[in-house]
Design a binder for this molecule. Structure first.
Ligand code: AR6
Length: 231
């Protein structure tokens, strides 16, 4: 098991792995001159069993489309381990496409502890949610609801009761939530991706034509939601 210190160490290496030491040194000090950062997990690729190659193509495509609208804001794809297949695929494809590593990079760490354990201050984090917008269920959803405390469930209910696949909802977090006070998170954006897991609702039974359309919509909604906050 990785400890907190090994996670933050790993995270630093990961940023440098993007061949951009500048990003590592500026974003890790939490200084206010940094632009706002959206940290997001890879939607649908774990519990929802979506194909990693296809998902990584879609992440790159949607990141590229958002680049010109970001201003000084940044996008960061996060996963828990250095061995993450989706992070490797996305890093390689981002390099191939010459995506600006100051505006988009990958980071290894727990998305609920990016500042306290990784030194990366992200004001907005995305959640791979379920359609009922309920806490628990495992994965990043359980981690975010646990870390945020009951405030997130209340604030989420004020915004929406449920999500359809491909949509996102922006939820402002109260300053009393530990995610806000300890990590500096001001908003959580819940995103519902396409599901390929027969044991979960709305399974697409391997229909990747529909699945890719839904995942494209999900990232487009996520990045639009982020831009609506930072604009
Ligand atoms: N920090 C960063 N990344 C994480 C964390 C974390 N704490 N936990 C998981 N990941 P998943 P899905 C990564 O399964 O496939 C939930 O139960 C993980 O390694 O959370 O969209 C919901 O309630 C993977 O790369 O989301 C839904 O029912 C990514 O986050 C369902 O799972 C997404 O994995 C959604 O499934």
């Amino acid at each position: 098991k990785e400890t907190a210190s090994s996670l933050s160490h790993t995270a630093g290496e990961e940023v440098k792995g993007c061949q951009d030491p500048g990003v590592g040194s500026t974003s890790r000090n939490g200084s206010s001159s940094d632009g706002p950062i959206l940290a997001f997990p890879s939607i649908s690729t774990a519990d929802f069993q979506f194909d990693h190659e296809k998902a990584s193509d879609i992440i790159i495509e949607k990141v590229e489309e958002s680049m010109d609208m970001l201003g000084n804001a940044k996008l960061v794809l996060v996963d828990l381990t250095r061995g993450s297949k989706i992070l490797s695929l996305v890093r390689a494809k981002a390099a191939q496409k010459n995506i600006n590593p100051k505006k988009f990079f990958t980071f290894v760490g727990d998305i609920t502890k990016l500042y306290s354990e990784g030194g990366l201050r992200c004001t907005v984090i995305a959640n791979a949610a379920n359609w009922r917008l309920k806490p628990g269920g495992g994965g990043v959803n359980a981690a975010i609801f646990n870390a945020a405390g009951p405030d997130l469930e209340v604030a989420t209910k004020e915004q929406a009761k449920s999500l359809v696949p491909g949509s996102a909802v922006v939820v402002p977090l109260s300053s009393a939530s530990p995610l806000s006070s300890k990590e500096g998170v001001t908003h959580v954006i819940h995103v519902l991706g396409p599901n390929m897991n027969p044991h979960r609702p709305n399974c697409l039974d391997g229909d990747y034509v529909k699945g890719c359309q839904i995942l494209q919509k999900a990232y487009a909604s996520l990045f639009e939601g982020f831009l609506s906050i930072v604009r």
